[in-house]
Design a protein around this ligand. Structure first.
Ligand code: THU
Length: 134
């Protein structure tokens, strides 16, 4: 699967977003090491704090299906369907991803000029991990 296809899958996933409060639709597409793809969207809640971001929806679906190794994730967010501005993963999602992914894990973002390729460590250089609990 190409990076462009992964971004398209994230945009497509955003169409399922449940976001009556922010009206900001986010989609994520997570490519597993074995080539399988899991997508997710943000699912908001009247309490606000119970909201789940698209990235964690995709990650937890994949983990629930038995996946543990991941290649890359694409994220796309928009309130008007234009995907003009980059949507970067929030701190909670970065921490959740860091449970399964190394700093080299690719994070693909998109804006009106195309695809921006980052890695997990660009956003979260010092994740809290099991080695932090020695
Ligand atoms: N959101 C995501 O789903 N992923 C991100 O990367 C950033 C934020 C969602 C959470 C909430 O439903 C809405 O976007 C506004 O914060």
């Amino acid at each position: 699967m190409t990076d462009k296809e992964l971004i398209e899958a994230a945009k497509e996933a955003s169409s399922q977003s449940y976001s009556p409060y922010s009206k900001f639709k986010v989609g994520a597409a997570l490519l597993c090491d074995d080539g399988e793809l899991f997508t997710g969207c943000n699912v908001e809640n009247a309490s606000y704090s119970a909201t789940c971001c698209a990235e964690r929806t995709a990650l937890f679906s994949a983990v629930a299906a038995g996946k543990r190794s991941f290649k890359k994730i694409a994220v796309a967010g928009s309130s008007d369907g234009a995907f003009a501005i980059i949507t970067q993963p929030c701190g909670v999602c970065l921490q959740a991803l860091s449970e399964f992914c190394s700093g080299e894990f690719e994070v693909l973002l998109t804006d009106k000029s195309g695809i921006r390729k980052m890695k997990l460590s660009d956003f979260l250089p010092y994740p809290f991990s099991k080695t932090s609990m020695n």
